[in-house]
Design a protein around this ligand. Sequence first.
Ligand code: C2E
Ligand code: CA
Ligand code: CA
Ligand code: CA
Length: 274
Amino acid sequence: AKENGRNRRSFFEPTMEDHVQSKDKLSRELRLAMKFDELDLAYQPQSDTYAKSIVSVEALARWTKPDGTVVPPSQFIPVAEETGLINDLGLWILNKACAKAHEWPSLSMSVNVSPNQFKHPRFVEKVMAILAANNLPPQRLEIEVTETVFAGRNDTVLKSLRRLKNLGVKVALDDFGSGYSSLSYLRRFPFDTLKIDKDFVSDMNGNAEAEAILVSIIQLGKALGMTIVAEGIETIEQIRFLQAHSCHRMQGYFISKPLNEAALRKFLEDFERT
Ligand code: C2E
Ligand code: CA
Ligand code: CA
Ligand code: CA
């Protein structure tokens, strides 16, 4: 019985040591994965309000192990953040996304940047170098950050955001509404784009409070001159609601799941035709 109890405990709640070990292991594997080309990007299309055209894609990191297991970014990005690997990984992602952007000249390319990558003292220089190396106009690139980038000392964060904006790179505030004090961040920096967290969109379905909050966020963002993107759109009812309230852009499984390069090419061809 004792044996049983211990097994149960270690199964349901890994000890601190297990946790550290599995993180170390994941981080070692991730370094090799970068070297051996197991990482790739998926691209999720973003449409205008009326789903008439695709305006942009968001690059999302994918890691497929040789045995076919897919490790979700929610698992490996935090590990990369903690181990510092995020700098190399993030630059690889940015470079790949900027190189691929040429395949879809009418679309802009959104790339997620995590706080520790963004806070690297030479981050803006790296972005400039990548844009130049890929000959990509800065206006075609959008950097997505979440409000967690403002945690702690953030004067350098604001400086980097301004420098990117001055270069012409678009800057989006991602997962808006998922944190604690989002409103104050809107005052600190004029983001080009506001991405409403998918939890707000999924809570909506007929819930008057959630709908009221959603409508207010759209109005607030518009009053501040931002482009508003609703994420996690899964139903036609959500689309109709957001159209009724003139949300600028839509992203979610209802439009398309994240696609690999070939699937995106096909998706765009089919989309053009209909
Ligand atoms: P995110 O930036 O908020 O990205 C949106 C996530 O929502 C993606 O998950 C996407 O697949 C998922 N999604 C899109 N539409 C729908 C929908 O209609 N319903 C639902 N339920 N989900 C939807 P994914 O690809 O697993 O990425 C998770 C998170 O990992 C991202 O959240 C982002 O924070 C992070 N991430 C992904 N790629 C990168 C990257 O290249 N760099 C960094 N720093 N973070 C990344
Ligand atoms: Ca994002
Ligand atoms: Ca998001
Ligand atoms: Ca998120």
